[in-house]
Structure formats: structure tokens, C-alpha cells
Design a protein around this ligand. Structure first.
Ligand SMILES: [Zn+2]
Ligand SMILES: [Zn+2]
Length: 351
């Protein structure tokens, strides 16, 4: 018993040291990522772009893809994920009329909710039209930071704060948490990174073969060094594959209406419910298409579809304190009050 406690304590301190290390190394990872993405973009426009046909058509498309990738990366790194203890109004009280912010979709019915403040009552307009079943989130106290936090919020060990709709802390790519305010930009960044690297590999493989043959010769008629092209090409192959898998997993979670933390929790709830002969139903799951629409905040009540293609900053569909649920649901089915997992139990399960 004593030995077991020692091992657990040892693991915990190792884990804390690891958290501190990843927290400290975060800015270096981000700088490295910016240098790599910028090098790849310069290589693309120097080596691959001149070989493309229909320049008038391909130029704007290539520039738009690169702009999307950089802007969403900038936004996911700089927008706070939605800390429960954040100061100031979150979200803003009026729709910011600044560069990078998209305008919300015009209402097509009589409710004219476009005239109201964004996320008034914590939710986008269609709550008032009765299109969605919205419930206020229940509050619980975090045992680690003492904050009263709404459901779907979790404590981040690295930030040492509670984050609304906490998904995970990403030290390598963005050096912060992914939560309700930046999760859309995180997925959008992965989508555009995946698309860019796929295009790099598909359109640039002939130059890659050429570069391999020319690596020891002086004949390389481009501005970028041959080694930079070779390295970015190989990196693009790896990233396209790795980020592609991560993107599929992330989109699948979005379609199921759960975060990566909730996916683990729901697995346990499912077993508990099954042992009682009940079925667990995730009340945040409104169907695959509706979940996607809410996540990207598009469609009626949200933003226009073009916000998926033009790199705008937009608000999430909720302020993280109210949630859309299945019709007729106020909470998950199959899990009883008091049975919900806390962060402590999740940490213990991780060990
Ligand atoms: Zn906390
Ligand atoms: Zn964090």
C-alpha cells in the first residue's frame, strides 16, 4: 500500500515536471512552427507556383489557402481559449467592426435577432427563435483552482486554470489550451495545413525528384536553397499524414458532439449505464450535421458559409455557459447526478 502510494506520488511529480517543461518549451515550438510554415510557403511560391497553369485562377486560390493557414494559426495561438476566471466581458458586447471579424448572417425571419448583441443571454440568435433547445450550464466548483465553472469546463494542469469546453492543452503547435473560443480556429488551421501540405506534395513531386538529382550540382534555378525545398517537401509528406489523421479524429469528435476529454468520460458513462441495463445518451449530440454547423457557427442563426473559406475571426455559438441539447433533454441520459467524473478522477485514470 505504502509502495503503491510512493509510485503514484512519483508519477505525479514526474508529470508535473513534464508539464512545466512543455509549458516552458511552448514558445520555442511555436517559433519553430512559424519558421517551418513560412519556409514552406516561400518554397511553394518560388519553386512550385511558376509550374502551375491558369495563373489568373490559381494565384488567388493559392494565396487564399496560405492566408487561411497563417490567419487561423495566428488566431488559435492568440485568442484566449475561454478561461473561467477571465477578466472583462467574454464575449464582446457588440460585434467588433474590425478587420478579421466576419459579420453575422442576416436573419431571414421576423425575429431580426441580428439587431441584438452577440451571444446575448450567452447564446447566438436562434435560441430566441426556438430552433434549438438551450439550457444554462450547471456550475460545479473546481477542486484545484476553486473557481465555479460551468459544465464542459475542465482544469488545465499546464495553465493551472479552468477552461470552458476544454479539449486539450497543445504545447507543441499553439502553446495554449484549445477551448470554446479558439477550437474552431484550431480545426480550421489543421484543415488548411493539411490542404496546403497535400498540394505541396501533389504539385511539387517533380521538382522534388529534380532536386534529388541536382542536390550536388549548382544548377538549381530557384531562389530558395535546394536543401530547404527537400526538407520542406519531406516535412509536408509527414505533416499531411499526421495532421490528416488528427483532423479526421477531431472532426469525428465534433460530429459526435464531444471533446476529447468527454470522449473518455462518455466511454465510462456508457459502461456504467450498460451495467444498469440503460443506454447512455450524450445530450450535446444534436446529429452530425447540426453538430458541425454549431461548431463552425454557420447556417441560420450563425455566420455565412463563406467564413469557412475566407480567414475571418468569428464568435462561437455560445459563451460556454449555455449549451444546445437534444430536443427534450436537460442532461445526459444514463448517468445520474453525482456520477459525473471530476478532473481528479480523470487524472487518476490517466496514470
Ligand atoms: Zn480549475
Ligand atoms: Zn492549458
Amino acid at each position: 500500500m505504502f509502495c503503491q502510494k510512493c509510485v503514484v506520488r512519483c508519477f505525479k511529480s514526474l508529470e508535473k515536471a513534464g508539464d512545466r517543461l512543455t509549458g516552458a518549451a511552448g514558445p520555442f515550438f511555436v517559433t519553430f512552427a512559424v519558421v517551418l510554415i513560412s519556409t514552406g510557403t516561400v518554397c511553394f511560391f518560388d519553386v512550385i507556383y511558376p509550374t502551375l497553369p491558369f495563373k489568373l485562377l490559381t494565384a488567388p486560390i493559392c494565396i487564399l489557402i496560405a492566408l487561411n493557414m497563417f490567419t487561423h494559426y495566428y488566431l488559435v495561438c492568440t485568442i484566449p481559449p475561454g478561461f473561467v476566471d477571465a477578466e472583462g466581458p467574454q464575449p464582446p458586447k457588440t460585434f467588433p467592426k474590425r478587420l478579421l471579424w466576419a459579420s453575422p448572417k442576416r436573419s431571414t425571419d421576423d425575429y431580426a435577432y441580428r439587431a441584438l448583441s452577440p451571444l446575448e443571454n450567452g447564446f447566438r440568435g436562434d435560441e430566441r427563435t426556438g430552433r434549438l433547445n438551450v439550457t444554462r450550464a450547471e456550475l460545479t466548483k473546481c477542486r484545484k483552482c476553486g473557481q465555479m465553472r460551468p459544465e464542459r469546463a475542465h482544469h488545465c494542469r499546464i495553465c493551472n486554470r479552468c477552461v470552458m469546453k476544454y479539449d486539450h492543452h497543445c504545447p507543441v503547435r499553439i502553446n495554449q489550451c484549445v477551448g470554446v473560443y479558439n477550437e474552431r480556429h484550431f480545426v480550421m488551421f489543421m484543415m488548411y495545413l493539411c490542404l496546403s501540405t497535400a498540394l505541396y506534395v501533389l504539385l511539387g513531386y517533380q521538382q522534388f525528384l529534380k532536386a534529388l538529382g541536382l542536390s550536388f550540382q549548382i544548377l538549381w534555378p530557384y531562389h530558395v536553397p535546394v536543401i530547404a525545398y527537400l526538407l520542406t517537401f519531406i516535412l509536408s509528406c509527414v505533416l499531411c499524414f499526421a495532421v490528416g489523421i488528427m483532423l479526421i479524429v477531431a472532426l469525428w469528435s465534433v460530429m459526435k458532439g464531444e471533446t476529447s476529454v468527454e470522449a473518455q468520460d462518455h466511454e465510462i458513462y456508457r459502461k456504467v449505464a450498460l451495467s444498469r441495463g440503460e443506454a447512455f445518451i450524450n445530450s450535446y449530440d444534436l446529429g452530425k450535421m447540426q453538430n458541425l454547423k454549431l461548431f463552425f457557427n454557420i447556417g441560420e442563426g450563425g455566420y455565412p458559409l463563406y467564413t469557412l473559406f475566407i480567414p475571418f475571426r468569428i464568435l462561437p455559438y455560445t459563451d460556454g455557459r449555455s449549451w444546445a441539447r437534444r430536443e427534450g433533454f436537460e442532461r445526459h441520459r444514463g448517468v445520474r447526478r453525482g456520477e459525473e467524473l471530476t478532473d481528479d478522477e480523470i487524472d487518476e485514470n490517466d496514470l
